[in-house]
Design a binder for this molecule. Structure first.
Ligand SMILES: Cc1ncc(COP(=O)(O)O)c(C=O)c1O
Length: 402
C-alpha cells in the first residue's frame, strides 16, 4: 500500500526502482548504462586526504559511539565552514546536529514536525525522498512549482496562491542547487521566499547539499545569508561536495533563537539521542575534509571542472535531439529534459524509462518520480564517451518509436 505500491520493484525511491531489472539485464551480459544514481564516488575517487584521515581515525581507536549531537571536531569544522563561506556565526554547542546523511536530517524533520494531517510545502520537481518521507509520517504535500519556462525559478505568484487556502502547514522545503533540475536559485527569489515563509509563519528549510558544485557562472546564495531572524533550517552533508556518500555524514543547522526553532531543535536532539551516534571515524575524516581547505579546493575544483564539462556536453546533445529539450544546468550533476512525448508513441515518462532500459539498456529516472511528468532525469557524472553513447541510444530509441 501507499508509497510502496507504485511499481513492481519499487524500493521506496523512484531512483532505485529499476535497479533490479538493470541487474538482471547485466547478468544476461547486456551493457547497461546507468544514468540514474547521483553518486559521485562511482566516478571520482573520494579524495585521498579524506580517506587517509578515516584510516588514521581508526588507527587511533576512534571506533566508539560518538556524542549523539555529533563529534565536537566535526561541529567545529562545520561552524568554521559556515563562517568562512557565508559569514555565519554559529553556536557550536547547540546549532549543529550531525546526522547519518541528509537523509536522516529529513527523517528527523518529518518525524518531529508532522502530526496526522499536517502539511509541508514541496516544490515540483522535488527530490524523490521528500515526498516519501512526508507521507510515511502521515503528512501531506502542498505543492509550489519551479517554473521550467523561467529557468526553473520558483513561481512566486503560484506559491502565494497555494498558501492562501492551506492550513496546518509546518514547513516549506527548497533545494538549492537543485536535484533534479541542476539549477541554482536567484538571490532575489530566495529573499521573496524568506518573506513568504515569514508572512505565513512557516519554518523554511533549505537543502544545500550541492552548494559547492557550481558552474556556468552560477551565483549561489545560502539561506544562511538571508534568513537571519526567520525560523529556518539548513541541510547539508559530505555526500556531494566531499565526494563521500558512503560515509553517511550529513548535518542540520538550526540557528534561530526564537521559541519555535528552539523547541524544534530540542525534539530533533531527542531523536538523535535515540539513534545513539553517527559513524565515528567518518565524522573525524569529514572534519579533516573541511579543515584542510587547500586539499579540498584542489579536489573540488578538479571534480567541478569535469562535472561542468560533462553536464554541458549532455545538455548540448539533449537540445540537439528533436525528442527532448532541457534548461541549461549550472549546479549539481543532473539534467531534467522534457520529452516531446507527442513525437514518441509512448504513453508517458514511466513507460519511457521502463522501455528505454529494456530495449536500449539505458537506465534513467522517470520525471514523475520527482513530480514532473513527461520528463526524465539524467545523471551527468559519467565521462563524455559514456554520455555520448547513452544519448545515441536514447535518440535511436525515440526514432524507433516515433
Ligand atoms: C537534494 C538531496 N538531498 C539529500 C540527498 C541525500 O543525501 P545523503 O547522502 O546526505 O543522505 C540527496 C542525494 O542525492 C539529494 O540530492
Amino acid at each position: 500500500m501507499g508509497i510502496f505500491s507504485e511499481a513492481s520493484n519499487y524500493a521506496g525511491n523512484p531512483v532505485e526502482e529499476q535497479d533490479k531489472t538493470a541487474k538482471e539485464l547485466m547478468a544476461k551480459g547486456r551493457k547497461v548504462i546507468k544514468l540514474s544514481r547521483g553518486d559521485p564516488a562511482v566516478y571520482f575517487k573520494t579524495p585521498k586526504y579524506i580517506i587517509d584521515a578515516y584510516i588514521e581515525a581508526l588507527r587511533e581507536g576512534r571506533s566508539q559511539y560518538e556524542y549523539f549531537y555529533g563529534a565536537q571536531e566535526l561541529r567545529e569544522a562545520i561552524a568554521q565552514r559556515y563562517s568562512r563561506m557565508y559569514n555565519l556565526d554559529l553556536n557550536v554547542e547547540e546549532d549543529i546536529i550531525v546526522t547519518n546523511g541528509v537523509s536522516e536530517s529529513l527523517i528527523f524533520l518529518n518525524s518531529v514536525l508532522m502530526d496526522n494531517g499536517d502539511k509541508a510545502v514541496l516544490f515540483k520537481p522535488y527530490y524523490t525522498l521528500y515526498k516519501s518521507l512526508l507521507e510515511i509520517n502521515n503528512g501531506r504535500a502542498v505543492y509550489g512549482n519551479y517554473d521550467e519556462k523561467n529557468s526553473w525559478a520558483i513561481d512566486l505568484d503560484h506559491l502565494k496562491k497555494s498558501l492562501l487556502h492551506s492550513k496546518r502547514i509546518k514547513y516549506m522545503l527548497v533545494t538549492n542547487p537543485n536535484n533534479p533540475t541542476g539549477t541554482v536559485l536567484d538571490r532575489k527569489i530566495m529573499e521573496e521566499v524568506v518573506s513568504i515563509a515569514n508572512d505565513n509563519d512557516l519554518i523554511l528549510v533549505s537543502d544545500e547539499i550541492y552548494d559547492e558544485i557550481l558552474f556556468n557562472g552560477a551565483k549561489f546564495t545560502s539561506l544562511a545569508q538571508i534568513a537571519k531572524g526567520t525560523k529556518h533550517v539548513i541541510l547539508n552533508g559530505a555526500s556531494k561536495n566531499f565526494d563521500a556518500p558512503g560515509f553517511r555524514i550529513g548535518y542540520m543547522i538550526v540557528p534561530g533563537e526564537d521559541k519555535i526553532s528552539k523547541g524544534f531543535k530540542e525534539r530533533v536532539v531527542r531523536y538523535a539521542q535515540m539513534r545513539l551516534s553517527v559513524n565515528m571515524p567518518a565524522q573525524y575524516a569529514i572534519a579533516e575534509g573541511m579543515r584542510n581547505v587547500r586539499e579540498h579546493k584542489k579536489a573540488l575544483s578538479y571534480m567541478v571542472r569535469e562535472i561542468a564539462d560533462r553536464t554541458n556536453f549532455a545538455y548540448k546533445l539533449i537540445n540537439e535531439s528533436r525528442y527532448m529539450d532541457a534548461v541549461r544546468p549550472n549546479g549539481a550533476f543532473y539534467v531534467l529534459p522534457r520529452l516531446n512525448i507527442k513525437d514518441i508513441k509512448i504513453k508517458d515518462d514511466t513507460e519511457f524509462a521502463k522501455r528505454l532500459l529494456l530495449e536500449a539498456n539505458v537506465q534513467v529516472t522517470r520525471g514523475s518520480g520527482f513530480g514532473s511528468d513527461n520528463h526524465i532525469r539524467i545523471v551527468t557524472l559519467p565521462d563524455k564517451g559514456v554520455i555520448k553513447e547513452a544519448m545515441e541510444r536514447i535518440d535511436g530509441f525515440c526514432r524507433k518509436h516515433k
